[in-house]
Design a binder for this molecule. Structure first.
Ligand code: PLP
Length: 418
Protein backbone atom coordinates (compact mmCIF):
# COMPACT_ATOMS: atom_id res chain seq x y z
CA UNK A 1 0.00 0.00 0.00
CA UNK A 2 1.31 3.46 -0.82
CA UNK A 3 2.01 5.25 2.42
CA UNK A 4 2.51 8.98 1.92
CA UNK A 5 6.23 8.23 1.90
CA UNK A 6 6.04 5.57 -0.77
CA UNK A 7 3.93 7.91 -2.95
CA UNK A 8 6.56 10.61 -2.87
CA UNK A 9 6.64 12.79 -4.91
CA UNK A 10 3.00 13.87 -4.86
CA UNK A 11 0.47 11.56 -3.35
CA UNK A 12 -1.98 8.87 -4.31
CA UNK A 13 -4.94 10.74 -5.73
CA UNK A 14 -8.27 9.20 -4.82
CA UNK A 15 -10.70 9.21 -7.70
CA UNK A 16 -12.63 6.20 -6.58
CA UNK A 17 -16.10 7.30 -5.49
CA UNK A 18 -15.15 6.86 -1.85
CA UNK A 19 -13.14 7.10 0.17
CA UNK A 20 -12.60 10.65 -1.01
CA UNK A 21 -9.91 13.21 -0.23
CA UNK A 22 -10.06 14.61 3.28
CA UNK A 23 -9.89 18.42 3.30
CA UNK A 24 -6.99 19.82 5.31
CA UNK A 25 -9.35 21.54 7.76
CA UNK A 26 -11.06 18.21 8.47
CA UNK A 27 -7.76 16.40 8.83
CA UNK A 28 -6.49 19.04 11.25
CA UNK A 29 -9.66 18.91 13.31
CA UNK A 30 -9.19 15.18 13.78
CA UNK A 31 -5.69 15.40 15.19
CA UNK A 32 -6.71 15.87 18.81
CA UNK A 33 -5.53 14.33 22.05
CA UNK A 34 -7.84 11.54 23.22
CA UNK A 35 -10.91 13.04 24.80
CA UNK A 36 -13.21 11.91 27.59
CA UNK A 37 -16.54 11.00 26.02
CA UNK A 38 -18.24 11.17 29.43
CA UNK A 39 -16.88 14.64 30.20
CA UNK A 40 -19.44 17.17 31.45
CA UNK A 41 -18.80 19.45 28.45
CA UNK A 42 -18.90 16.65 25.85
CA UNK A 43 -22.54 17.48 24.97
CA UNK A 44 -21.32 20.86 23.70
CA UNK A 45 -19.80 18.93 20.81
CA UNK A 46 -22.51 16.31 20.33
CA UNK A 47 -25.75 18.26 20.60
CA UNK A 48 -25.02 20.88 17.91
CA UNK A 49 -23.51 18.14 15.74
CA UNK A 50 -26.67 16.03 15.77
CA UNK A 51 -28.71 19.16 15.12
CA UNK A 52 -26.55 20.36 12.21
CA UNK A 53 -26.47 16.90 10.61
CA UNK A 54 -30.16 17.37 10.00
CA UNK A 55 -29.44 20.41 7.83
CA UNK A 56 -27.37 18.23 5.50
CA UNK A 57 -30.27 15.76 5.20
CA UNK A 58 -32.68 18.72 4.82
CA UNK A 59 -34.88 17.60 7.64
CA UNK A 60 -36.32 19.49 10.57
CA UNK A 61 -38.72 16.73 11.63
CA UNK A 62 -36.20 13.89 11.49
CA UNK A 63 -33.70 12.58 14.02
CA UNK A 64 -30.07 11.84 13.14
CA UNK A 65 -28.04 8.98 14.55
CA UNK A 66 -24.28 8.45 14.36
CA UNK A 67 -22.98 4.89 14.52
CA UNK A 68 -19.29 3.95 14.73
CA UNK A 69 -19.63 1.75 11.65
CA UNK A 70 -19.97 2.15 7.87
CA UNK A 71 -22.79 2.69 5.41
CA UNK A 72 -23.51 -1.03 5.40
CA UNK A 73 -24.43 -0.83 9.09
CA UNK A 74 -26.64 2.13 8.17
CA UNK A 75 -28.68 -0.19 5.91
CA UNK A 76 -29.13 -2.57 8.84
CA UNK A 77 -30.00 0.28 11.23
CA UNK A 78 -32.76 1.32 8.81
CA UNK A 79 -34.34 -2.11 8.47
CA UNK A 80 -33.70 -3.76 11.85
CA UNK A 81 -35.18 -0.83 13.76
CA UNK A 82 -38.39 -0.67 11.74
CA UNK A 83 -39.18 -4.21 10.58
CA UNK A 84 -40.01 -7.66 11.91
CA UNK A 85 -38.88 -10.95 10.38
CA UNK A 86 -41.23 -11.86 7.55
CA UNK A 87 -42.22 -8.24 6.87
CA UNK A 88 -42.33 -7.44 3.19
CA UNK A 89 -40.33 -4.76 1.43
CA UNK A 90 -40.16 -3.67 -2.20
CA UNK A 91 -36.80 -2.94 -3.76
CA UNK A 92 -34.94 -2.96 -7.07
CA UNK A 93 -31.47 -4.05 -8.11
CA UNK A 94 -29.49 -2.12 -10.71
CA UNK A 95 -25.96 -2.20 -9.36
CA UNK A 96 -23.75 -3.61 -6.65
CA UNK A 97 -24.99 -1.32 -3.86
CA UNK A 98 -28.69 -1.84 -4.46
CA UNK A 99 -27.82 -5.55 -4.62
CA UNK A 100 -26.05 -5.48 -1.26
CA UNK A 101 -28.91 -3.74 0.55
CA UNK A 102 -31.32 -6.26 -0.98
CA UNK A 103 -29.05 -9.09 0.18
CA UNK A 104 -28.89 -7.66 3.71
CA UNK A 105 -32.69 -7.44 3.85
CA UNK A 106 -32.96 -11.13 2.91
CA UNK A 107 -30.34 -12.13 5.45
CA UNK A 108 -32.08 -10.43 8.37
CA UNK A 109 -35.23 -12.35 7.51
CA UNK A 110 -37.38 -9.95 5.51
CA UNK A 111 -39.53 -11.00 2.60
CA UNK A 112 -38.27 -9.05 -0.38
CA UNK A 113 -40.15 -8.24 -3.56
CA UNK A 114 -37.20 -7.66 -5.90
CA UNK A 115 -37.62 -5.89 -9.23
CA UNK A 116 -34.66 -6.43 -11.56
CA UNK A 117 -33.68 -3.29 -13.46
CA UNK A 118 -30.99 -3.15 -16.15
CA UNK A 119 -27.70 -1.83 -14.80
CA UNK A 120 -27.38 1.75 -16.07
CA UNK A 121 -31.03 2.60 -15.39
CA UNK A 122 -32.64 4.09 -12.27
CA UNK A 123 -35.52 3.17 -9.98
CA UNK A 124 -38.41 1.98 -12.22
CA UNK A 125 -41.02 4.32 -10.80
CA UNK A 126 -43.92 3.29 -13.07
CA UNK A 127 -43.35 -0.39 -12.27
CA UNK A 128 -43.18 0.36 -8.55
CA UNK A 129 -46.40 2.33 -8.84
CA UNK A 130 -48.19 -0.65 -10.42
CA UNK A 131 -46.89 -3.03 -7.77
CA UNK A 132 -47.91 -0.71 -4.94
CA UNK A 133 -51.35 -0.13 -6.50
CA UNK A 134 -51.87 -3.91 -6.70
CA UNK A 135 -50.88 -4.33 -3.03
CA UNK A 136 -54.40 -3.68 -1.76
CA UNK A 137 -53.74 -5.17 1.69
CA UNK A 138 -50.69 -2.95 2.15
CA UNK A 139 -48.42 -5.87 2.91
CA UNK A 140 -45.42 -3.93 1.58
CA UNK A 141 -44.10 -2.15 4.64
CA UNK A 142 -41.23 -0.28 3.01
CA UNK A 143 -39.99 0.82 -0.37
CA UNK A 144 -36.21 0.55 -0.26
CA UNK A 145 -34.04 2.23 -2.89
CA UNK A 146 -30.57 3.47 -3.63
CA UNK A 147 -30.63 7.20 -4.53
CA UNK A 148 -27.22 7.18 -6.20
CA UNK A 149 -26.09 3.76 -7.44
CA UNK A 150 -22.35 4.18 -7.09
CA UNK A 151 -21.56 1.11 -9.18
CA UNK A 152 -23.14 2.49 -12.36
CA UNK A 153 -23.18 6.25 -11.76
CA UNK A 154 -26.97 6.45 -11.79
CA UNK A 155 -29.05 8.90 -9.74
CA UNK A 156 -32.74 8.13 -9.31
CA UNK A 157 -35.69 10.47 -8.94
CA UNK A 158 -36.70 10.11 -5.30
CA UNK A 159 -39.21 12.98 -5.48
CA UNK A 160 -40.88 11.17 -8.39
CA UNK A 161 -40.96 7.93 -6.45
CA UNK A 162 -42.62 9.69 -3.51
CA UNK A 163 -45.23 11.19 -5.88
CA UNK A 164 -45.97 7.70 -7.25
CA UNK A 165 -46.38 6.28 -3.73
CA UNK A 166 -48.71 9.12 -2.80
CA UNK A 167 -50.69 8.79 -6.04
CA UNK A 168 -51.67 5.23 -5.15
CA UNK A 169 -52.04 6.20 -1.47
CA UNK A 170 -49.67 3.50 -0.30
CA UNK A 171 -48.61 3.87 3.36
CA UNK A 172 -45.25 2.07 3.03
CA UNK A 173 -42.21 3.78 4.48
CA UNK A 174 -39.66 5.13 2.02
CA UNK A 175 -36.07 4.17 2.80
CA UNK A 176 -33.26 5.68 0.81
CA UNK A 177 -29.55 4.93 0.57
CA UNK A 178 -27.93 8.33 0.16
CA UNK A 179 -24.40 7.20 0.95
CA UNK A 180 -22.94 8.61 -2.27
CA UNK A 181 -25.45 11.44 -2.72
CA UNK A 182 -26.09 13.16 0.61
CA UNK A 183 -23.82 16.22 1.02
CA UNK A 184 -23.00 16.18 -2.71
CA UNK A 185 -26.29 15.93 -4.64
CA UNK A 186 -29.55 17.59 -3.61
CA UNK A 187 -31.34 15.43 -1.07
CA UNK A 188 -34.53 16.57 0.64
CA UNK A 189 -35.56 14.21 3.37
CA UNK A 190 -38.65 16.12 4.54
CA UNK A 191 -39.85 17.35 1.19
CA UNK A 192 -39.55 13.94 -0.43
CA UNK A 193 -41.14 12.17 2.51
CA UNK A 194 -38.14 9.95 3.13
CA UNK A 195 -38.61 7.88 6.29
CA UNK A 196 -35.09 6.57 6.70
CA UNK A 197 -32.05 8.07 4.97
CA UNK A 198 -28.69 6.36 5.20
CA UNK A 199 -25.28 7.89 4.66
CA UNK A 200 -21.66 7.20 5.53
CA UNK A 201 -18.62 9.26 6.34
CA UNK A 202 -16.17 8.53 3.51
CA UNK A 203 -18.03 9.99 0.51
CA UNK A 204 -19.60 13.46 0.45
CA UNK A 205 -18.78 14.01 4.13
CA UNK A 206 -15.07 13.78 3.20
CA UNK A 207 -14.06 11.84 6.31
CA UNK A 208 -12.36 8.49 6.76
CA UNK A 209 -14.69 5.49 6.67
CA UNK A 210 -16.01 4.55 10.08
CA UNK A 211 -19.27 6.35 10.66
CA UNK A 212 -22.79 5.56 9.54
CA UNK A 213 -24.97 8.67 9.51
CA UNK A 214 -28.66 7.83 9.53
CA UNK A 215 -31.84 9.90 9.80
CA UNK A 216 -35.29 8.68 10.85
CA UNK A 217 -38.60 10.42 10.23
CA UNK A 218 -41.16 10.51 13.07
CA UNK A 219 -43.06 7.70 11.29
CA UNK A 220 -39.93 5.52 11.13
CA UNK A 221 -39.21 6.29 14.79
CA UNK A 222 -42.67 5.11 15.73
CA UNK A 223 -42.19 1.91 13.75
CA UNK A 224 -39.42 0.79 16.14
CA UNK A 225 -42.02 0.08 18.83
CA UNK A 226 -43.42 -2.88 16.86
CA UNK A 227 -40.21 -3.86 15.07
CA UNK A 228 -39.12 -7.34 16.16
CA UNK A 229 -35.88 -7.72 14.20
CA UNK A 230 -32.98 -8.60 16.49
CA UNK A 231 -30.76 -5.63 17.26
CA UNK A 232 -28.36 -4.63 19.96
CA UNK A 233 -25.34 -2.58 18.87
CA UNK A 234 -27.46 -1.00 16.14
CA UNK A 235 -30.54 -0.31 18.28
CA UNK A 236 -31.53 3.33 17.91
CA UNK A 237 -33.38 3.19 21.24
CA UNK A 238 -30.06 3.22 23.13
CA UNK A 239 -29.01 6.26 21.10
CA UNK A 240 -32.31 8.03 21.73
CA UNK A 241 -31.83 7.48 25.46
CA UNK A 242 -28.30 8.91 25.54
CA UNK A 243 -28.18 11.37 22.60
CA UNK A 244 -30.81 13.54 24.26
CA UNK A 245 -28.20 14.45 26.89
CA UNK A 246 -25.38 14.73 24.37
CA UNK A 247 -23.81 11.29 24.90
CA UNK A 248 -23.61 7.92 23.21
CA UNK A 249 -24.52 4.45 24.46
CA UNK A 250 -20.93 3.30 23.93
CA UNK A 251 -17.55 4.86 23.24
CA UNK A 252 -17.75 7.01 20.11
CA UNK A 253 -14.75 7.76 17.93
CA UNK A 254 -14.19 11.33 19.07
CA UNK A 255 -11.77 12.26 16.26
CA UNK A 256 -14.50 11.24 13.79
CA UNK A 257 -16.96 13.50 15.59
CA UNK A 258 -14.44 16.36 15.48
CA UNK A 259 -13.92 15.66 11.79
CA UNK A 260 -17.65 15.61 11.13
CA UNK A 261 -17.94 18.99 12.88
CA UNK A 262 -15.29 20.43 10.55
CA UNK A 263 -16.83 18.79 7.49
CA UNK A 264 -20.32 20.12 8.20
CA UNK A 265 -18.82 23.58 8.84
CA UNK A 266 -17.11 23.47 5.43
CA UNK A 267 -20.33 22.38 3.71
CA UNK A 268 -22.39 25.06 5.45
CA UNK A 269 -19.79 27.77 4.79
CA UNK A 270 -19.80 27.00 1.08
CA UNK A 271 -23.57 26.66 1.18
CA UNK A 272 -25.25 23.34 0.37
CA UNK A 273 -26.72 24.65 -2.88
CA UNK A 274 -23.25 25.83 -3.97
CA UNK A 275 -21.84 22.43 -3.05
CA UNK A 276 -24.43 20.78 -5.32
CA UNK A 277 -23.70 23.25 -8.14
CA UNK A 278 -19.96 22.61 -7.85
CA UNK A 279 -20.52 18.87 -8.01
CA UNK A 280 -22.77 19.26 -11.05
CA UNK A 281 -20.29 21.46 -12.88
CA UNK A 282 -17.29 19.23 -12.18
CA UNK A 283 -19.35 16.19 -13.22
CA UNK A 284 -20.42 17.90 -16.44
CA UNK A 285 -16.76 18.40 -17.28
CA UNK A 286 -16.09 14.70 -16.77
CA UNK A 287 -19.04 13.83 -19.01
CA UNK A 288 -17.75 16.20 -21.70
CA UNK A 289 -14.38 14.43 -21.46
CA UNK A 290 -16.05 11.02 -21.83
CA UNK A 291 -17.79 12.24 -24.97
CA UNK A 292 -14.51 13.78 -26.18
CA UNK A 293 -12.90 10.36 -25.90
CA UNK A 294 -15.71 8.87 -27.96
CA UNK A 295 -16.86 6.75 -25.02
CA UNK A 296 -20.16 6.33 -23.21
CA UNK A 297 -21.19 6.48 -19.59
CA UNK A 298 -22.82 3.37 -18.14
CA UNK A 299 -25.86 5.53 -17.20
CA UNK A 300 -28.32 5.03 -20.05
CA UNK A 301 -30.00 8.43 -20.05
CA UNK A 302 -28.95 11.96 -19.08
CA UNK A 303 -31.78 12.05 -16.53
CA UNK A 304 -29.85 9.43 -14.56
CA UNK A 305 -26.37 10.99 -14.81
CA UNK A 306 -24.77 11.11 -11.41
CA UNK A 307 -22.96 14.21 -10.23
CA UNK A 308 -20.77 12.19 -7.85
CA UNK A 309 -19.49 9.31 -9.98
CA UNK A 310 -19.23 8.45 -13.66
CA UNK A 311 -18.88 4.83 -14.73
CA UNK A 312 -17.27 4.73 -18.17
CA UNK A 313 -17.74 1.82 -20.57
CA UNK A 314 -14.69 0.58 -22.45
CA UNK A 315 -14.81 -1.26 -25.79
CA UNK A 316 -15.16 -5.08 -25.53
CA UNK A 317 -11.56 -5.55 -26.67
CA UNK A 318 -10.28 -3.77 -23.54
CA UNK A 319 -10.35 -4.88 -19.92
CA UNK A 320 -11.29 -1.85 -17.83
CA UNK A 321 -9.38 -3.39 -14.93
CA UNK A 322 -6.18 -2.87 -16.91
CA UNK A 323 -6.84 0.87 -17.17
CA UNK A 324 -7.25 0.95 -13.38
CA UNK A 325 -4.12 -1.17 -12.90
CA UNK A 326 -2.01 1.15 -15.05
CA UNK A 327 -3.48 4.30 -13.50
CA UNK A 328 -2.59 3.02 -10.04
CA UNK A 329 0.84 1.52 -10.60
CA UNK A 330 2.20 3.88 -13.20
CA UNK A 331 0.53 7.19 -12.34
CA UNK A 332 -0.44 6.77 -8.70
CA UNK A 333 -4.15 7.54 -8.94
CA UNK A 334 -6.99 5.34 -7.71
CA UNK A 335 -10.04 4.85 -9.91
CA UNK A 336 -13.19 2.91 -9.11
CA UNK A 337 -13.41 -0.64 -10.43
CA UNK A 338 -16.29 -2.21 -12.28
CA UNK A 339 -18.16 -4.29 -9.71
CA UNK A 340 -19.83 -7.65 -10.22
CA UNK A 341 -21.87 -7.61 -13.46
CA UNK A 342 -19.86 -4.75 -14.95
CA UNK A 343 -16.41 -5.97 -13.79
CA UNK A 344 -13.88 -5.34 -16.57
CA UNK A 345 -16.50 -3.48 -18.60
CA UNK A 346 -16.37 -0.14 -16.83
CA UNK A 347 -14.04 1.93 -14.73
CA UNK A 348 -15.32 4.72 -12.55
CA UNK A 349 -14.18 8.25 -11.85
CA UNK A 350 -15.41 9.51 -8.49
CA UNK A 351 -15.87 13.28 -8.60
CA UNK A 352 -17.37 13.94 -5.20
CA UNK A 353 -16.07 15.69 -2.16
CA UNK A 354 -13.11 18.03 -1.96
CA UNK A 355 -12.56 18.69 -5.68
CA UNK A 356 -12.02 21.61 -8.01
CA UNK A 357 -11.21 22.13 -11.70
CA UNK A 358 -7.49 21.54 -11.25
CA UNK A 359 -8.04 18.19 -9.57
CA UNK A 360 -10.48 17.12 -12.27
CA UNK A 361 -8.07 18.13 -15.03
CA UNK A 362 -5.38 16.09 -13.29
CA UNK A 363 -7.47 12.94 -13.14
CA UNK A 364 -8.85 13.35 -16.67
CA UNK A 365 -5.37 13.84 -18.12
CA UNK A 366 -4.09 10.83 -16.23
CA UNK A 367 -7.03 8.65 -17.22
CA UNK A 368 -6.38 9.59 -20.82
CA UNK A 369 -2.78 8.41 -20.51
CA UNK A 370 -3.78 5.17 -18.78
CA UNK A 371 -6.41 4.40 -21.42
CA UNK A 372 -3.89 4.87 -24.21
CA UNK A 373 -1.37 2.73 -22.34
CA UNK A 374 -4.04 0.03 -22.14
CA UNK A 375 -4.36 0.12 -25.93
CA UNK A 376 -7.49 2.23 -26.26
CA UNK A 377 -7.70 4.37 -29.38
CA UNK A 378 -8.34 7.61 -27.58
CA UNK A 379 -7.09 10.81 -29.19
CA UNK A 380 -4.52 12.48 -26.91
CA UNK A 381 -5.99 15.58 -25.32
CA UNK A 382 -9.52 14.96 -26.57
CA UNK A 383 -11.14 14.56 -23.16
CA UNK A 384 -8.96 17.08 -21.42
CA UNK A 385 -9.73 19.71 -24.06
CA UNK A 386 -13.48 19.14 -23.83
CA UNK A 387 -13.50 19.35 -20.04
CA UNK A 388 -11.07 22.26 -19.87
CA UNK A 389 -13.04 24.38 -22.32
CA UNK A 390 -16.25 23.66 -20.42
CA UNK A 391 -14.64 24.61 -17.11
CA UNK A 392 -13.25 27.80 -18.66
CA UNK A 393 -16.61 28.80 -20.11
CA UNK A 394 -18.41 28.23 -16.82
CA UNK A 395 -15.66 29.50 -14.52
CA UNK A 396 -16.37 31.92 -11.70
CA UNK A 397 -15.97 35.62 -12.40
CA UNK A 398 -12.84 37.22 -11.01
CA UNK A 399 -11.46 40.75 -11.02
CA UNK A 400 -9.79 41.70 -14.27
CA UNK A 401 -6.04 41.22 -14.15
CA UNK A 402 -4.29 44.43 -13.15
CA UNK A 403 -7.45 46.06 -11.84
CA UNK A 404 -7.10 44.71 -8.34
CA UNK A 405 -5.89 47.11 -5.71
CA UNK A 406 -5.25 44.35 -3.24
CA UNK A 407 -1.58 43.63 -3.94
CA UNK A 408 -0.48 47.28 -3.57
CA UNK A 409 -2.50 47.69 -0.39
CA UNK A 410 -0.97 44.56 0.98
CA UNK A 411 2.47 45.88 0.18
CA UNK A 412 1.84 49.15 2.02
CA UNK A 413 0.58 47.25 5.02
CA UNK A 414 3.69 45.14 5.06
CA UNK A 415 5.87 48.23 4.92
CA UNK A 416 4.02 49.80 7.84
CA UNK A 417 4.58 46.69 9.90
CA UNK A 418 8.30 46.60 9.25
C1 PLP B 1 -20.16 3.25 -0.34
C2 PLP B 1 -21.58 2.92 -0.39
C3 PLP B 1 -22.24 2.20 0.63
C4 PLP B 1 -21.63 1.77 1.91
O1 PLP B 1 -20.46 1.12 1.90
P1 PLP B 1 -19.57 0.93 3.20
O2 PLP B 1 -18.35 0.33 2.63
O3 PLP B 1 -20.28 0.04 4.13
O4 PLP B 1 -19.37 2.29 3.79
C5 PLP B 1 -23.59 2.01 0.52
N1 PLP B 1 -24.27 2.46 -0.53
C6 PLP B 1 -23.70 3.16 -1.51
C7 PLP B 1 -24.55 3.67 -2.60
C8 PLP B 1 -22.34 3.41 -1.47
O5 PLP B 1 -21.78 4.12 -2.45
Amino acid sequence: MPSEKLSFPGRNYLFAPGPTHIPQAVQNAMIVPQEDHRAPDFPELVKPLLRDCKKIFKTTRGTCFLFPATGTAGWEVALANTMSPGDKILTTRFGQFSHLWYDLACRIGLEVDLVETPWGEGVPIAKFKRILAADKEHRIRAVVVCHNETATGVTSDIAGLRRAMDAVKHPAMLMVDGVSSIASIDFRMDQWGVDVAVSGSQKGFMLPAGMAIVAFSPKALRARKQAQCARCFLDIQDHINTNKDGYFPYTPSVPMLRGLRASIDLLMDEGLENVFKRHHRLAEGVRKAVRGWGLKPCAKSPKWYSDTVTAIEVPPSVNAAEVIHIAYHRYNISLGAGLSKVAGKVFRIGHLGDNNEARMMAVLGTVEMAMRDAGMKVKPGSGVAAAGEYYRKTAKKIKKFGSAKAPREARTKMKKKS
